[in-house]
Ligand binder design. Structure first.
Ligand code: NAP
Length: 304
């Protein structure tokens, strides 16, 4: 039986990061300017610490400045708001990202809402979300943007394009599902959003030319939920026990899709890890360059 091709998120992300690096060099040469990303990390959640380290590393590798602001778990909400206000006013800062999830007790909506929309490189403020729904230029959320790029790449390799494809999005979160639906719609896909109350979800999935899974349920999507030849974008990151007795670690990461079973039906599929994750960071770097250019009224260099 033929198997699908792997959508190599790592190498597609590497390509985008090197484009960002070229754009950064061009800004340095033309305007003597280096964009700056400020990341705010509250508390000591191990996964968040890993993500923030990675963002820091790749921001610097792309030639940009990276600022990290660490706050204790029990930080007072007003102190956090004051930090965001300071970063908003700091003209050397182009992008502000507050690592989510925030510790319990902090009002995420209030804190994200304080970020200046011009520096909202995570695309999560109400202004950014509104612009996305209205189809206006703005900073798009990074993970959904990465999903669109990966799907477009996979289709291009088959001599196809996004326009006219039926895209089923599993999950309706503000972070992934909803913005992904808007971004695929913007690409002229026909959209279905499925969630925990969707009836006959398997049949809905079987109608997808492109299936984006963002539910946070390990291996929920089975092989026979997938239409022959579909493109599968697996956003899920789930840590599960590792049953392989020879494995070095007793847990491993899996997606929302049963990868081995899905490969038999799909034409292309993202692995977990190594699929959507690396794209999220690459899109964050791209947004930082776009934010810097927009704030200064400069043309965005290179076709980012
Ligand atoms: P979330 O806020 O928990 O949302 C999950 C969505 O899935 C909800 O809309 C929920 O439906 C739906 N859902 C849950 N169980 C379902 C079921 N059995 N059947 C159908 N729908 C179901 O999660 P999220 O923030 O969107 O993240 C989703 C996954 O993506 C997680 O594994 C997360 O770790 C991962 N993620 C990865 C990246 C990356 O860079 N790769 C970035 C962000 C998130 P209801 O709305 O009806 O409850």
């Amino acid at each position: 039986m033929s198997q699908s091709s792997k959508i190599d998120g790592k190498s597609i992300a590497e390509g985008l990061r090197s484009q960002v690096g070229l754009a950064v060099s061009s800004l340095r040469n033309e305007y003597d300017y280096v964009p700056t990303l400020a990341v705010v990390l509250v508390g000591s959640d191990p996964a968040s610490q890993v993500y923030v380290r990675s963002k820091h590393k790749f921001t610097r590798k792309a030639g940009m400045h990276s600022l990290e602001h660490k706050m204790p778990e029990d930080v007072d909400e007003d102190t956090l708001v004051d930090l965001i206000k300071t970063l908003n006013q700091d003209d050397s800062v182009d992008g502000i990202l507050v690592q989510l999830p925030l510790p319990k007790g902090l009002n995420t909506n209030r804190i994200i809402g304080e970020i200046s929309p011009s520096k909202d490189v995570d695309g999560l403020t109400e202004i950014s979300a509104g612009r996305l729904v209205l189809g206006r230029a703005g900073l798009h959320p990074c993970t959904p943007e990465g999903c669109v790029i990966l799907a477009r790449n996979a289709l291009a390799a088959q001599g196809e394009e996004l326009s006219g494809k039926h895209c089923v999005i599993l999950g309706r979160s503000i972070l992934v599902g909803k913005p992904a639906a808007m971004l695929f719609l913007e690409q002229n896909c026909t959209i279905t959003i499925a969630h925990s109350r969707t009836k006959d979800i398997e049949e809905v999935c079987r109608s997808a030319d492109i299936l984006v899974a963002a539910v946070g349920r390990p291996l929920m999507v089975k092989g026979d939920w997938i239409k022959k030849g579909a493109i599968i974008i697996d956003v899920g990151i789930n840590r599960v026990p590792n049953k392989d007795i020879n494995a070095k670690r007793d847990t491993k990461l899996v997606g929302d899709v049963d990868y081995d079973a899905a490969r038999i039906h799909a034409s292309a599929i993202t692995p977990v890890p190594g699929g959507v994750g690396p794209m999220t960071i690459a899109c964050l770097l791209r947004n930082t360059v776009i934010a810097a250019c927009n704030r200064h009224g400069w043309h965005v260099p290179i076709n980012l």
